[in-house]
Design a protein around this ligand. Structure first.
Ligand SMILES: Cc1cc2nc3c(=O)[nH]c(=O)nc-3n(C[C@H](O)[C@H](O)[C@H](O)COP(=O)(O)OP(=O)(O)OC[C@H]3O[C@@H](n4cnc5c(N)ncnc54)[C@H](O)[C@@H]3O)c2cc1C
Length: 491
């Protein structure tokens, strides 16, 4: 029997992991990537001794990675090393008020008790419920390939879902436990990372609090780039070939079957085409209208996840008040989400995430200096030019200076801004979204774009747009689902 060929478009976490799983299953796999290196949104940028993870830096749900490497017959620790962070992260509510969330649950509970009488017990109850939901979700929901609404709304999901308030808005659900703004923000902030607002995210996503409080926030030594490098090596060991600097210009379809891709170098033929590139780009720009399962009218109606203003800053001193991960939550939490989802505008009092992996890892910045990763979530599709982003950056960095009580601007020796237009140009991202599609209830599970084209045989999708959705471990699960689907279809 001849070996079947697969082409994977894109070397993000989705592409790398799906490619390796297909190669493990005996396919001859080539990954074709537009950019100069693997990682996609998790690429690395280095300048003057500063190392920046350009995208993800929170290593969450470690068991997903362990099981991925095991499914290749490998051990994760042969590819990169992990450390549990302490504290997991620091939250500023104002220059005078901050808290560290740590692996010491007693300390976290004491903090919640300070915020509200009875808060300690309620936090415990909230997290126990989140853990239970997480277990149900992992078994009944996350790793399932959905083909119909009925399958999604199966008896177990319905009974458990209703019992656990999985389908009501997260914000409403959290308010049943906590009235205090700060408590609610800590339990809801992860929605920003899921590209969502707590007002229209289902309470199912309270599982994210189990993910950070209970499973912990981990750090891959050397940064997320080491995870990418480890995954590329593991994929190459099972036979995957990577080709970089080679954007796919068209998916070749003959008799309604995907038979390969076209690049500037010509045609590359295959039995299976698996897309990891942004879903909307692939459908709208790589396929003719007749072959699109999701035409532009579909994308126009969807809630697209936020874009971001990112700044990669080399700072010539240590900033004492920063932790490895630091968050600032604006007092007007509702306005923050309104300006992203309802009334798109560059934010007035931006919520900010600041990463400084040099706090934990001296290899990430020259001695005595800090590699500051600065992130402001913004609406997708906003007008973006040098002037606008610089103004927003100045506003955000001044905010950070107020929080940490020292000057940063005068100490910046490396600076690169990255925003809406860069997401479009560098990743072919729809409206410059950083995170793909938001996780509203109507865009969850079976309601996300499918892993398999409904119009073209042999054409499949993985990555953050598909089920289960956004986030590095979640994308790895997406690849596990789609590789199983391809295996079954080929059999
Ligand atoms: C700033 C930022 C911070 C984040 N923080 C975290 C975090 O801390 N933890 C976490 O778990 N998640 C985080 N996320 C989310 C996480 O990074 C993503 O969900 C995940 O990396 C998406 O992977 P993917 O494979 O779906 O897509 P991508 O990483 O975008 O990969 C798609 C690939 O396809 C390529 N491509 C596009 N078009 C073409 C074409 N025509 N031909 C060839 N190749 C093409 C792109 O260049 C890219 O390499 C963050 C995201 C961002 C942007």
């Amino acid at each position: 029997m001849t070996t079947k060929k697969a082409i994977v478009i894109g070397a993000g976490f989705g592409g790398m992991t799906a490619a390796a799983l297909l190669a493990r299953d005996g396919l001859d796999v080539t990954v074709v990537e537009k950019n100069e290196m693997a990682g996609g949104r998790a690429r690395v940028w280095e300048q003057d001794g500063f190392v920046f993870d350009m995208g993800p830096s929170w290593y969450l749900m470690p068991e997903v990675f362990e099981s991925y490497f095991e499914s290749l017959g490998k051990k994760r620790h042969d590819y990169y090393h992990l450390e549990k962070l302490d504290p997991y992260y620091r939250v500023f509510f104002s220059p005078k008020e901050s808290v560290d969330i740590t692996s010491d649950m007693k300390q976290n509970q004491e903090y919640f008790e300070k915020l509200e009488s009875g808060g300690s017990g309620r936090l415990k109850k909230y997290l126990d419920a989140a853990e239970y939901k997480y277990d149900v979700a992992m078994k009944e929901f996350m790793e399932v390939e959905y083909t119909s609404v009925f399958q999604f709304l199966n008896r177990k999901m319905m009974t458990e879902g209703l019992k656990l308030n999985m389908f009501s808005p997260l914000d409403k659900y959290v308010r049943k436990y906590f009235k205090d703004r700060r408590a609610r923000q800590i339990l809801e902030y992860a929605m920003v990372f899921l590209g969502n607002s707590p007002h229209n995210a289902p309470a199912l996503y309270s599982i994210m609090s189990h993910v950070d409080f209970n499973l912990g926030v981990w750090y891959p030594v050397g940064g997320m780039g080491k995870v990418v490098a480890g995954m590329v090596r593991a994929a190459e060991e099972v036979g995957v070939q990577f080709q970089y600097n080679l954007p796919v210009e068209r998916i070749i379809v003959r008799d309604n079957k995907a038979v390969g891709v076209e690049t500037k170098e010509g045609e590359m033929l295959a039995d299976v085409v698996l897309v990891n590139a942004d879903y909307a780009h692939s459908e709208l720009e790589l396929l003719s209208p007749a072959h699109q399962t999701y035409p532009s009218s579909y994308w126009n109606k969807k809630v697209i996840a936020p874009s971001m203003l990112l700044a990669y800053l080399g700072v010539d001193k240590k900033i004492d008040k920063l932790a490895h991960h630091t968050l600032y939550f604006a007092e007007d939490w509702d306005l923050h989400f309104k300006q992203i989802f309802d009334d798109p505008a560059w934010p007035e009092d931006p919520c900010v995430y600041v990463g400084a992996t040099s706090k934990t890892d001296p290899s990430m910045a020259p001695e005595g200096k800090e590699n500051v990763f600065f992130l402001i979530p913004i609406a997708p599709g906003l007008e973006d030019n040098e002037e606008i982003r610089e103004k927003a950056f100045q506003q955000g960095i001044s905010q950070l200076e107020r929080l940490v009580g020292e000057s940063i601007q005068d100490h910046i020796i490396v600076k690169r801004l990255f925003s809406v237009n860069d997401f479009k140009n560098e990743y072919n991202s729809y409206k410059g979204t950083a995170l793909g599609m938001a996780h509203t209830l109507n865009q969850t599970a079976v309601f996300r774009p499918a892993h398999k084209s409904k119009k073209v045989k042999g054409l499949y999708y993985t990555g953050q747009y598909a089920h289960p959705g956004v986030g590095v471990p979640i994308v790895v699960i997406s690849s596990q689902i789609v590789s199983k689907l391809i295996r079954e279809d080929l059999a």
